[in-house]
Design a protein around this ligand. Structure first.
Ligand code: TXA
Ligand code: MG
Length: 329
């Protein structure tokens, strides 16, 4: 199969619609990362997503809809707090988990009685979702375990020969996956941290829990238990406090002829004379937006990536740290 990267226009949207309606899958941009989408009503199309990615079949998918889609077709009981959050943050990088009506393929939620729903803000995503006017089940468009894609080229590198079309909507501005929020309880509960932070949610609705896995407990967001975001080279991660140990290790490896690179923010990079730096930028949003891009650049040029955690550890950095620690362990 020949894989084509297409700019988003009337022609490519028509082609994408044809593929989706005939049970195929399409790569498409969102403001977080690229998705690999299929018609959520079509059982075999949803199963193809799992095959194409090599994804474990107990890791449920998020359903994506356009901003005018009537959610009551898909889920029960949207609580008052969820309506407030939708008003504040949607369309945007917040996925909300509700009780499912069970009308989409059971493969989407891997047998769970809940459904994760997302309304992305990316204009290309909205155009695609509007064109098909179907709920689109979509994980990130990378091979399972690999770094999530933030450009059409990244999707191509992982999935060429496995899908027909990738809609190209430029580099994703957000850079880490959406916040996944359980809205089935009395109080919303963050299952996966992202750009919409727990603090931002609490500010709108008063309180917000965060799910922390206790020993022996069943995971509520199954995706969180898997190896993830891994570049194809050796990696190591240091706390910010240990940055000078990271610099020493990097110099030692460089002296041994190992192609070692630091992965850190600008402020940290300025504290060393090491030139091999995959620099994440200065602000929180730059750091999030560049993380996967730099991990992918790093695996092309480095034998060893030495990550250094950002100094700040709250807000958006919770999500960044979660990805960094999985990528660099
Ligand atoms: O930003 C994003 O969310 C991107 C773009 C493409 O929209 N998608 C994405 O999908 O990150 P994926 O499949 O890589 O991650 C989906 C996450 C997993 O952690 C999964 O366990 C969780 O959402 N999830 C999906 N359905 C769920 C459900 N019913 N209950 C709890 N967690 C769920
Ligand atoms: Mg993923």
């Amino acid at each position: 199969m020949n894989t084509q990267i297409l700019p988003i226009d009337d022609n490519s949207l028509r082609l994408a619609k044809q593929i989706i309606e005939s049970g195929g899958v399409v790569g498409f941009p969102t403001e977080t990362v690229y998705g690999l989408g299929a018609n959520a009503f079509d059982d075999s199309a949803v199963k193809r997503i799992f095959e194409i990615k090599g994804r474990p079949n107990d890791n449920p998918l998020i359903v994506h809809v356009h901003k005018d889609y009537d959610l009551s077709q898909l889920v029960y009981d949207v609580p008052e707090y969820a309506k407030l959050l939708a008003k504040a943050f949607l369309p945007g990088p917040l996925t909300m988990v509700y009780k499912s009506k069970g009308v989409v393929s059971p493969a989407v939620s891997c047998g769970l009685d809940t459904l994760a729903v997302r309304i992305p803000s990316h204009s290309g995503a909205q155009r695609f979702l509007k064109e098909v006017n179907l709920p689109i089940a979509a994980p990130s468009a990378n091979l399972s375990k690999h770094v999530s894609p933030v450009t059409a080229r990244h999707v191509y590198e992982d999935l060429k020969g496995r899908i027909e079309y990738i809609l190209d909507g430029g580099k994703c501005s957000g850079g880490i996956e959406s916040t996944v929020l359980d809205c089935t309880g009395e109080v919303p509960c963050v299952l996966r941290s992202g750009l919409v932070t727990k603090e931002m949610i609490a500010q709108v609705v008063g309180e917000c829990d965060e799910y922390v896995l206790k020993d022996g407990e069943r995971v509520r967001s199954p995706g969180m238990k898997y190896k993830h975001y891994s570049p194809r080279c050796e990696t190591k991660l240091f706390y910010y406090e240990d940055r000078f140990k990271a610099f020493s290790l990097c110099k030692e490896k460089l002296n041994q002829g190992v192609k070692a690179y630091l992965l850190c923010d600008s402020q940290t990079a300025e504290q060393t004379d090491i030139k091999n730096v995959l620099c994440l930028g200065r602000t929180e949003s730059e750091i999030a937006a560049n993380l996967y891009d730099k991990l992918r650049e790093g695996e092309e040029i480095a034998q060893l990536i030495i990550g250094i955690a950002p100094k700040k550890q709250d807000g958006v950095m919770v999500g960044v740290m979660n990805r960094m620690s999985k990528a660099c362990k």
